[in-house]
Design a protein around this ligand. Structure first.
Ligand SMILES: [Zn+2]
Length: 216
């Protein structure tokens, strides 16, 4: 799951328009920010196996960021950062926590069984990655379902439509690049590239939301 996660961020923003979009976008990939960082630190591990269908990622060791307890802990951390660091209202912190944990639920749909249920427990995953075409349809479909709600909430704030359209086009472009075999190089280089992409999308989300909304 790649851009499908951002759909959860857009949904969070539509539900809680007073939270900045960038915080929702960062929340939707919070587990993968952690994963990229821990791969670079040598704490979590994966292999790139070009023979795998769909995603080439063989994610055999990510107990901290992609186990169910890890995801719940990161969800609580994300909510706490929203409330106590960003100073957002409690409702926003709850929505951000939910967006963080949505990452695990969406990964459950597409990953091969690599998501640990508890330490030493079974690994789960419904393996939609093994069917690349339906997987792409689900990812882009998630964006397509959520984007109108988000666009509507932006319009209600009096924000322009074209930057949002540009943002969505950019996400589709990223998905296209990711789907056309971008998973090459070493795990470390892929983790660094992933971090750079998450940062870039978060910055783009900040740009989209900058300035006060026009009030009616
Ligand atoms: Zn993930």
């Amino acid at each position: 799951m790649f851009v499908g996660h951002f759909a959860a961020g857009l949904a969070g923003k539509a539900i809680e328009p007073r939270a900045p979009l960038w915080s929702m976008i960062a929340a939707s990939q919070f587990l993968d920010w952690g994963w990229s960082g821990l791969v670079l630190a040598g704490v979590e591990h994966f292999r790139i196996d070009p023979h795998l269908p769909g995603s080439a990622l063989a994610l055999y060791d990510m107990p901290w960021t992609h186990s169910l307890p890890g995801a719940l802990a990161l969800s609580a951390l994300g909510g706490a950062i929203a409330r106590f660091v960003l100073g957002l209202r409690p409702r926003a912190a709850v929505v951000i926590g939910a967006v963080v944990v949505s990452h695990w639920a969406l990964d459950l749909l597409v990953h091969r069984p690599d998501l640990l249920l508890w330490p030493g427990g079974p690994k789960v995953g419904l393996s939609l990655w093994n069917q690349p075409v339906p997987e792409e349809i689900v990812e882009i479909g998630l964006l397509a379902v959520v984007a109108p709600f988000w666009a509507f909430s932006r319009a209600a704030e009096g924000r322009r439509a074209w930057p949002a359209a540009l943002f969505l086009a950019g996400l589709l472009g990223l998905q296209f690049v990711a789907a056309s075999g971008a998973e090459t190089g070493t795990p470390q280089s892929l983790a660094a590239t992933s971090l750079a992409i998450y940062l870039l999308v978060t910055l783009a989300a900040w740009w989209l939301d900058r300035g006060p909304a026009r009030t009616a």
